[in-house]
Design a binder for this molecule. Structure first.
Ligand code: ADP
Ligand code: ZN
Length: 813
């Protein structure tokens, strides 16, 4: 640095603007200013942002400059190479570098005066105590997880909301997110032992002095046969077919006692890293190939329960031993507690988990560790962990690569983490492994083209056979009045059999809530959201109709709002309804539900999954949450209540997704045994996709679907860009979208589709119209995007279309 000569820095700011922001830097800060460090800079009239120094130079732009206020870091938090990756993401997904930075940085690296409010983890979920304003905020939080103070002001339509928020804080309804840190909640297991002072003999003598039932005697005798003096209560009951109630009398007579034991997983794991499992021959072959292949990107195609995870573990070991870092990407971190504990079991505290539910400071710490390859060479994380500043990345594993949750919808960058991972493989020169039992069509297409390597596991580990799949024709069953609620006789019988064998049941219904809509039987009126073009969903636990998009809620009424008729009925069904019905059929069993509504509280997933693993639950009802990657030993039956919603979904991927979903959820059955079954109920029992699922036939799915995709000009043969034009005024939305589509047609011609109204014409008060751009794979994608950008900017700066918003989504799936 030449002292005396004014020095300037170009700064990346967390804004959706593609301009460069140049600031002058005073001599007092010069020594600390290094490319990759954060600086606090003024912006606009009164704002201060934290940005990152992109470059340092002496070229003064010809406008008046502001000064850097402060250099915030001692050393850079990102490298040049890393910023280059962000830039690639920004270019590819058509957003600004600042937006990528904003998504990438843990929030404690940001200066923004943006405080987030979240639901207090100890809130008792009793909505009856809330006043209207509190209810509105809680509803919104249940949908969006966190809200900014401004958003709260918007919802309540008030200017000053701080006193209100403060009151909600005092009532322990909400808390400020900064205060959130991962509270350690031990796992609790119910245990059983003899009451103090008793031994086998005195226990029996004591029982003989009381009135007793044969069941109690049997229960006690069985217990006394156990090799251990303290046994897990629920497992014991399950194993010998005892009802938990048999123990009641014994507890009252003070012969046995039940107590809670803290099971401290983490500590056990940290003490010892278990030796790695020996791989079978198929696994060994796959491992060897994955280790030695020259292919940068590889599909690791292993049927459900084939032991992919064990192969990953061996592969990770070899990379970590060579001193390099590993990124293990998973679709939804909250659902992967099993996986995390398996990896921790193998690698102890070499494993870092990057998790949006972790505290800000922890995330910031982890960031710095990753940057200097200090503590955690193995990082498990959901999609946003692709933004971590890896120093020396050797391997990226994308587990369940077909999962749609790798794609971020909103806000920008609307990236697909699997695709970013593939680019990172090239960028960092690291190997990429895409693992799945049901590959996405894109990935298989790339394998067929020779771009990706392919290694497979074709057998279930332990040689167990796949579950038998039965498709039940419910159209027929309904006609013959052979349905009980939403259950066919076949499904009920299968549940009964499975429970009698002491095994567990998973019931899958991909929709939460009690019944999606309320419908008037006389005029057909269905209550709709005031702000969005969707019908409201009925929630039994709160007796409210709720919009699943914006959080709007209203009380249910017994008569129709349109015609005042009393005959209002619930139509359709969700998980809550299924839970309700099945409780009626099996009142003795422990039945739990797992969906967004039952898992809002921290640790809720873990608690349900742990209880299921310990066989404290007989039947678990759930949404797609229960389909992902779970490894339970005692699932004898998986029931799918209705395959039709999946098959009828209006999307070019519907069949692919339905196949993946049904195979994955089926894959939860019979992981440690051969006799297991899957019952799928459908109105279209002869549907081609169900036939393919029944015969586990991925090959034909791929073949058929690729033909369709080519014929109808969809990926992987064509690339899609989805453009949404929005305005509060309907006419403006129409005119602006027509203007844009017309402009686009001058260059892209018939590749432009629309504008059209999307399925949701109105969302959160905005009218929206969509335009779809389909570009052949062999045309230059970046060239097309540049042209599109110009048209979009043309619209945004047009005087006639003030207040119009445009959302561009590249590869929108
Ligand atoms: P996938 O990830 O392919 O669905 P998993 O890795 O979960 O399969 O393996 C299925 C089950 O088989 C797990 O319970 C796992 O512990 C067990 N398993 C797999 N490979 C081995 C091995 N080499 N040794 C012992 N157990 C194994
Ligand atoms: Zn709404």
């Amino acid at each position: 640095m030449i002292f005396g000569e004014p020095t300037y820095v170009d700064v990346i700011l967390p804004l959706p603007l593609k301009l460069k922001f140049t600031y002058q830097i005073g001599e007092e800060h010069l020594a600390k200013a290094i490319q990759g460090c954060r600086v606090a800079v003024p912006f606009g009239r009164s704002k201060v942002y934290a940005g990152i120094i992109d470059s340092i130079h002496h070229t003064k732009p010809d406008y008046e400059l502001k000064f850097v206020i402060e250099v915030l870091d001692e050393s850079p938090i990102v490298s040049r190479k890393h910023i280059d990756l962000w830039q690639w993401i920004a270019d590819y997904y058509m957003c600004s570098l600042g937006e990528v930075m904003n998504a990438a940085l843990p929030s404690s690296f940001k200066l923004a005066n943006e405080t987030y409010i979240v639901i207090h983890p100890e809130w008792d979920e009793d909505t009856s105590k809330l006043n209207d304003a509190e209810y509105l905020i809680i509803e919104a939080l249940q949908l969006q997880k966190r809200l900014k103070i401004q958003e709260i002001a918007q919802i309540l339509q008030r200017k000053t909301v701080l006193p209100f928020v403060k009151k909600m804080q005092e009532l322990k309804l909400v808390e400020i997110e900064d205060e959130v840190f991962e509270r350690y909640r031990p796992k609790i297991r119910k245990m059983m032992r003899l009451s103090p002072g008793l031994n086998s003999e005195t226990a029996i003598t004591l029982l003989n002095t009381h009135r007793r039932s044969p069941k109690q005697e049997e229960f006690l005798e069985q217990f006394l046969l156990e090799p251990k003096t303290e046994v897990p209560f629920h497992q014991f009951c399950k194993r010998y077919g005892f009802k938990t109630s048999y123990s009641k009398g014994l507890v009252q007579k003070e012969i046995i006692e039940l107590y809670d034991l803290e099971v401290n997983r983490l500590e056990q794991e940290q003490m010892q890293c278990a030796p790695l499992a020996d791989l079978n021959e198929e696994q060994q072959n796959a491992l060897q190939c994955l280790k030695t292949t020259d292919n940068k990107v590889n599909l690791f195609y292993g049927v459900t329960s084939s032991g992919k995870t064990e192969v990953y573990i061996h592969l990770i070991k070899s990379v970590v031993d060579s001193g390099k870092q590993v990124l293990f990407l998973v679709p939804e971190i909250a659902l992967t507690t099993q996986l995390v504990s398996r990896l921790k079991h193998a690698f102890g505290d070499l494993v870092g988990v990057y998790h949006s539910r972790f505290g800000m400071n922890e995330r910031a710490e982890l960031w710095r560790d990753v940057k200097s390859n200090l503590r955690f060479p193995i990082i498990i994380g959901a999609r946003s962990s692709v933004f971590l500043p890896f120093d020396d990345l050797g391997l990226i594993i994308v587990d369940e690569e077909h999962e749609s949750s790798f794609k971020q919808q909103d806000p920008a960058p609307r990236y697909q983490a699997r695709d970013v991972a593939v680019f990172m493989g090239h960028h960092y020169n690291s190997k990429v492994v895409l693992g799945t039992a049901t590959p996405s069509l894109e990935t298989s297409y790339n394998v067929n083209k020779g771009k990706y390597g392919l290694y497979s596991l074709k057998q279930r580990f332990g040689g167990f056979s796949f579950p038998k799949i039965h498709i039940v024709d419910i159209a027929h069953a309904y006609k013959r009045k052979r349905m009980n609620g939403h259950f066919s006789e076949a499904l009920l019988m299968a549940i009964q059999d499975t429970l009698e064998r002491g095994e567990q049941v998973l019931l899958f219904q991909n929709r939460r809530g009690f019944a999606p809509q309320q419908e008037c039987q006389s005029c057909g009126y269905v209550p709709h959201c005031k702000h969005c073009d969707v019908s409201l969903t009925y929630h039994k636990s709160t007796h409210r109709l709720r919009c699943h998009y914006c959080g709007y809620a209203e009380k249910t009424s017994t008569n129709c709002k349109a015609c005042n008729n009393h005959d209002v009925k619930l139509k359709g069904f969700g998980t809550e309804k299924i839970e309700d019905e099945i409780k009626g059929f099996f009142p003795e069993q422990v039945i739990r539900r797992m969906d967004l509504d039952t898992t809002r509280k921290k640790d809720a997933y873990e608690n349900i999954l742990n209880a299921f693993e310990d066989q404290e639950i007989d039947i678990l009802v759930g949404t797609q949450m229960i389909s992902k990657g779970l490894d339970f030993s005692h699932v004898g039956l998986v029931g799918v209540l209705s395959a039709d919603q999946m098959l009828n979904f209006p999307d070019f991927r519907a069949f692919e997704r339905a196949f993946q979903m049904l195979c994955q959820v089926s894959g939860r059955a019979g992981r440690k045994k051969s006799e297991s079954q899957v019952v799928i109920q459908s109105f279209q029992p002869n549907h081609e996709i169900l036939k393919l699922v029944e015969s586990h036939n991925y090959k034909d799915l791929l073949k058929d679907q690729l033909v369709e995709r080519q014929a109808f000009r969809y990926p992987p043969y064509f690339r899609l860009i989805h453009i949404l034009v929005r305005h509060r005024n309907r006419l403006m939305a129409e005119q602006a979208s027509s203007f844009l589509a017309q402009a686009m047609r001058t260059v892209f011609e018939q590749r432009v589709l629309g504008p059209e109204y999307p399925a949701l014409e109105r969302l959160k008060g905005y009218y929206q119209k969509q335009i779809l751009l389909k570009v052949e794979r062999d045309l230059s994608y970046s060239d097309s995007k540049q042209k599109l950008s110009r048209f979009v900017n043309g619209l945004l700066s047009h005087d006639n279309f003030k207040g119009v918003k445009v959302r561009v989504d590249v590869d929108p799936f």
